[in-house]
Design a protein around this ligand. Structure first.
Ligand SMILES: C[S@@+](CC[C@H](N)C(=O)[O-])C[C@H]1O[C@@H](n2cnc3c(N)ncnc32)[C@H](O)[C@@H]1O
Length: 287
């Protein structure tokens, strides 16, 4: 915990609240995908308590565009799922800062209420009598597939979608390829998830896309099938953060190799990393 943060937490927590907390969804990391309401809250803030994933790159992006934020920035995030500061300490910090009379923005990646523990932070503020509001953000579950040209629903291909984490029990997840599955935090458990989903109605030839570091400098798209994706991921050294999309909508992606877009039930060949389109890497050409 930084010295700054320690000082904040140690402040007198018994004083009445005069400040307030606004949870702001930062979106997937591109400053252009922050909402105007979120930007206004950042501009009005005294303190911004920021996560690393999504939030920091949005702050950097705003600075690069010449947006000057007067607020003190407290960094409480590390990598996805590994908070540098425990959740209880973040909750306590938000309450303490608000009780010090500060206008606090809690800047969180994506949307605060999608696997973001935003509900816990809201509850903690409410229990402490601190005024709190939420400005939704664009979740990575939708926006990261979009940058790879994948809509989660599409007439004739998919009428529903489910967002789960790689840690969830996905055995019970019904439906076929027309039911899109989006996995967040799914890299570590990818092989297991792929086997589980392939045993159901989707089958092993169901298309899968993995989008790493969406909107970031390391953006990369890998497309395969439930049978092939774990091997592809291992070969390419796929890393978190990444969004995994499972279902026929993946065939709409310009990154999908022909073997997958034309496969109609027949097992697709494993595309070698070399066979994947060069445009799969942001560092080269985008679609
Ligand atoms: C703890 S969850 C938070 C989700 C966030 N609240 C949201 O609405 O996007 C973190 C996971 O979101 C996904 N994620 C968030 N931003 C991403 C990005 N820019 N590129 C790829 N995946 C991302 C990854 O699956 C990551 O492991």
């Amino acid at each position: 915990m930084s010295a700054n943060l320690t000082a904040h937490v140690a402040a007198d927590a018994t004083r009445p609240s005069t400040g307030h907390v606004t949870l702001v969804g930062a979106g997937p990391g591109d400053a252009g995908l922050l909402t105007i309401k979120g930007l206004r809250a950042l501009e009005a803030a005294d303190v911004i308590v920021a996560d690393r994933l999504g939030a920091r790159s949005v702050l950097d992006g705003l600075a690069a565009e010449g947006v000057h934020l007067a607020a003190e920035i407290v960094d409480v995030g590390k990598l996805p799922g590994h908070h540098a500061v425990p959740q209880d300490a973040i909750n306590a910090l938000l309450v303490t800062l608000a009780r010090d009379g500060k206008r606090v923005v809690r800047l969180k990646g994506g949307d605060p209420f999608i696997f973001g523990r935003g509900g816990e932070e809201v509850a903690s503020c409410q229990e402490a009598g601190v005024a709190v509001e939420v400005v939704p953000g664009i979740t990575s579950a939708i926006s990261v597939p979009a940058i790879a040209g994948i809509p989660l629903t599409h007439r004739g291909l998919a009428t529903t979608f489910t967002v789960v984490t790689g840690h969830d029990q996905i055995q019970a997840l019904g439906g076929g390829r027309d039911h899109t599955v989006v996995l967040l935090m799914g890299v570590g458990t990818l092989a297991n998830s792929a086997i589980t989903l392939s045993r159901g109605e989707r089958g092993g030839t169901c298309p899968v896309a993995i989008i790493e570091d969406g909107y970031g400098s390391g953006q990369r798209v890998t497309v395969g099938t439930l049978d092939t994706i774990a091997l592809q991921a291992a070969r390419r050294g796929i890393r978190s953060p990444a969004v995994v999309v499972v279902g026929d909508v993946v065939t709409l992606s310009p990154y999908a190799p022909e073997a997958i877009t034309t496969a109609t039930g027949a097992p697709a060949a494993i595309p070698s990393p070399e066979a994947l389109p060069a445009s799969a890497d942001r560092k080269t050409t985008q679609p």
